[in-house]
Design a protein around this ligand. Structure first.
Ligand SMILES: Cc1cc2nc3c(=O)[nH]c(=O)nc-3n(C[C@H](O)[C@H](O)[C@H](O)COP(=O)(O)OP(=O)(O)OC[C@H]3O[C@@H](n4cnc5c(N)ncnc54)[C@H](O)[C@@H]3O)c2cc1C
Ligand code: FES
Length: 253
């Protein structure tokens, strides 16, 4: 059961000129969050804003979120500093199921934050993990590691191209039996989903619809998912409550 917690900022750093990484103190969220879940953060004049959990430190009782400034809400949240506090609802939504032994993680845009949490969790479970990150150009690179396969559209860092060009550099051994987990912009997730399907791999994606309540009440976040019942082409599911993680085969792209 998700609750509302008043959380203090324990640290804040800027990853580039428009993206902040903020750590909040909240032992309850740190203890129970799983990768793929998100929190809904209060800002003064607007509805709460959703952010994927980027990392947890269960010993210190803290969790991190990455905030890319794209409007007034994110501008306010990214301006928080150590010692500031706000109400945060979470953890929300269904995270990724982590039952396989081998994973390929793909992140782009603000999807690199939940992918970071996935990577930390899978490494702590000694799973085999490959990570592909895609960015527009080198000024956008954040949350990167030398172990990751890096792609940029501009070709000014890593492999020139998109995430699928990065995926195509994986060896047969890396791919065999892997489950693909992808978080990023819709066109990227659609392309990665098609790549996985072509290779016969299971693929799960995290959809980032616009949200309001974050807890399944307002229906702002509905997305089209293939219906289980025969004869019905699709049904509407609430991204916040039924997702945000879905089997990519079920998503109507
Ligand atoms: C489950 C989930 C997880 C998210 N995780 C992160 C994260 O880890 N880091 C991060 O920086 N952002 C994340 N986002 C996106 C973040 O919530 C939005 O950027 C934020 O709500 C925008 O608020 P704003 O007031 O700054 O912008 P607004 O003024 O509300 O919007 C500015 C512009 O961005 C568009 N926009 C707003 N939200 C979205 C969205 N969800 N998808 C597409 N376009 C949008 C608006 O239509 C408008 O054009 C996530 C969203 C969801 C649903
Ligand atoms: S955001 Fe309200 S139902 Fe999903």
């Amino acid at each position: 059961m998700s609750k509302d917690f008043f959380c203090e900022v324990t640290s804040k750093s800027m990853l580039n000129e428009d993206t902040a990484l903020i750590e909040f103190l909240c032992p309850e969220i740190a203890e129970s969050a799983v990768p793929g879940q998100f929190v809904n953060i209060t800002c003064s004049n607007f509805l709460r804003r959703p952010f994927g959990i980027a990392s947890v430190d269960r010993n210190r009782g803290t969790f991190k979120v990455g905030v890319k400034i794209i409007g007034e809400g994110t501008e306010e949240i990214a301006s928080f500093d150590e010692g500031d506090g706000t109400w945060i609802l979470g953890p929300l939504g269904n995270g990724f199921e982590l039952k396989s032994d081998r994973y390929i993680l793909v992140g782009g845009g603000s999807g690199v934050f939940p992918v970071n949490f996935l990577y930390e969790e899978l490494c702590s479970q000694d799973k085999k993990v490959k990570v592909v990150q895609g960015f527009r150009d080198k000024t956008q690179i954040i949350m990167n590691s030398p172990e990751y396969i890096l792609t940029t559209d501009a070709g000014d860092a890593g492999i020139k191209g998109n995430c699928c060009d990065g995926l195509n550099t994986l060896s047969k051994d890396d791919i065999k039996g892997a489950t693909v987990l992808c978080v990023g912009p819709m066109p990227m997730m659609r392309a990665v989903s098609a790549w996985a399907s072509d290779k016969g791999l299971n693929c799960y994606v995290s959809l980032e619809q616009r949200m309001a309540c974050g807890i399944g009440i307002c229906l702002v976040c509905v997305c089209k998912i293939k219906a289980e019942e025969e004869g019905i082409p699709f049904e509407h599911k609430r991204c916040c409550k039924d997702g945000p993680v879905f089997d990519s085969k079920e998503v109507i792209w």
